[in-house]
Design a protein around this ligand. Sequence first.
Ligand code: PLP
Length: 349
Amino acid sequence: MSVVFRRNVARMKGYRPGEQPQEGGFIKLNTNENPYPPSPKVRRAILEEAKDALRLYPDPDSTRLRRQAALTYGFDLSQVIAGNGSDELLAMIARAFIGEGDALCCPVPTYTLYETLIRIQEGRLIGIPYPADYALPGALFRSRARVVIVASPNSPSGTAVPLSVLSRLADRAAGLLVIDEAYADFAEETALSLARERENVIVLRTFSKSFSLAGMRIGLGFAHPRIVEGLSKVKDSYNLNRLSIAAGEAAMLDVAWMERNAAAIRKTRERLVAELPAVGFEPFPSQANFVLARRAGGKTAKPVYEALKARKILVRFFDTPRLSDCLRITVGTDGEIDEILRALREIRP
Ligand SMILES: Cc1ncc(COP(=O)(O)O)c(C=O)c1O
């Protein structure tokens, strides 16, 4: 017997999400979750759905969720696709558009799952380095790749690309432009208008961050009906479970709840940004629910990450040449941010 993986799978590293400690007691500022709970309407909708419907398969098209998304964001139902988190939408895009040798282009550093998905497809990743200020690199506008992906706000930098620039990129793109707006509710602008107007743009949203529902795995894509139809062919047949469909719909019926939380997080973010220099870290301008900050003097941030972890505070450290002097800190509650600032004062990086 011989168990043989496809060569690219055998060679690749799997995607490694940020640590999810299974024991409690951590201040968890490493994977950009929301420190506040979701709307009480979400809990009620989940309990209702859990009563006696669970023995039946869910709606394969997540119609209730998509219909509410269409109403909330001003689209037609045919322009909305739902995913098991926006990660699944990204996987669908890779599956539907990237075959062996096909190119996907994105500015880097960015969300590293993009690279994993391309490796699975045996595609080619063309990563164009962001300049120091994280403005979109000019070469991206000249790319002939089948798919261009821009996360805006970007992770891990937290920086956002102005809508006018994304609009120009959509004009120039040779194929599909994916705008990953996982953090848009914390930002000044959204590119949803491009998804309405252009036939080559898909905008992705997630309920994991602003809606406080990372545990439910809900994502949305907004695009021309032709794109939605094509992507639907490659999704898992029942990609969202009943509880997630109900939870996502209920969350959008209480957008005001989410917006209050997002406003509180933006306020805390500004305080964190203002106070980081005094504890030895220079923040990049953030429009997300996290802040990337560079250790003064360009020294590796790993010992600081470890010292924080020893104090039960988790942040994200990326061991790559460009990011090894940085920490990415999720914006938690004001109390949690007080704790990390106090710890950093003690550690004296
Ligand atoms: C840029 C970006 N896109 C997508 C995602 C994935 O979100 P989801 O939880 O909806 O799969 C993340 C999660 O951290 C992210 O940072």
